[in-house]
Design a protein around this ligand. Structure first.
Ligand SMILES: [Zn+2]
Length: 232
């Protein structure tokens, strides 16, 4: 028999929840009238069965539709939800299950943990319409980029910027070029910012100043090399 350690060895390790399922021994029947699972935890076939159980009518849809979702709830991992802490929705969720998933970006398997869902929907205030399609490792860089972009726009729109703010703006802009969100053309802005910083002070925080310059040179060298390769 394959142990969980072997079965989940290739799964992405979550720093908070681990790698393999977190068994609670709880396994509510998704068709029971007092049980309502998140749409991400229920297959179309189960939704249709539930509809039939509640209304006595058949949900008439194409057979094909039943194959469009494959939900992999891990049995025995359910966690009871606190409905008063969820954001309002037409259908509240009574239980969360560990879900077996494949990351949309890196294609590695990962678990969207029941405890993680509870944290999302009850502590962070995420709407019940949100779902998790990327592993924790792939979600992080996206979050960092989103934060950088937000900070960049905030700094850019300040009516007046001090030296520290200009250094931070240049830093944000460089990060966004390095992540390919911005094109290297945006280096113009970074150069202008660095120039302004160097004019405004005699003893600019040399560490960050030199660091910015070094990063500009790396991007310039990569851009030149691309141009050369492209023109051959
Ligand atoms: Zn991933």
């Amino acid at each position: 028999m394959i142990s969980d350690d072997d079965k989940f060895a290739a799964y992405v390790d979550h720093p908070r929840y681990g790698r393999g399922p977190r068994y609670t021994g709880l396994n509510p029947d998704c068709l029971a009238p007092d049980v309502s699972l998140h749409w991400n935890s229920t297959s179309h076939r189960e939704i249709a069965q539930r509809f039939q159980a509640l209304t006595g009518q058949t949900w008439r849809v194409a057979d094909q539709w039943f194959h469009t979702t494959e939900v992999k709830r891990i049995p025995g991992t359910a966690v009871v939800a606190d409905l008063t802490r969820q954001s309002r929705a037409t259908v509240q969720v009574t239980h969360y299950f560990d879900l077996d998933r494949i990351c949309r970006d890196c294609s590695r398997p990962f678990i969207f943990f029941a405890d993680e869902q509870k944290y999302w929907y009850e502590e962070l205030g995420f709407g019940l319409d949100s779902d998790c399609v990327r592993c924790v490792a792939c979600r992080k860089p996206r979050q960092v980029i989103a934060q950088r972009l937000k900070q960049y726009n905030k700094l850019l729109n300040l009516p007046v910027r001090g030296i520290d703010e200009n250094v931070e703006l240049a830093d944000c802009c460089l990060s966004l070029i390095e992540s390919s969100v911005f094109t290297p053309k945006q280096l113009q802005r970074v150069r202008a910012l660095i120039k302004r910083v160097s004019h405004e002070t005699d003893s600019t925080t040399p560490g960050s100043y030199n660091d910015l310059l070094a990063r500009v040179r790396v991007i310039e060298a990569a851009a030149q090399s691309n141009t050369r390769n492209g023109s051959q």
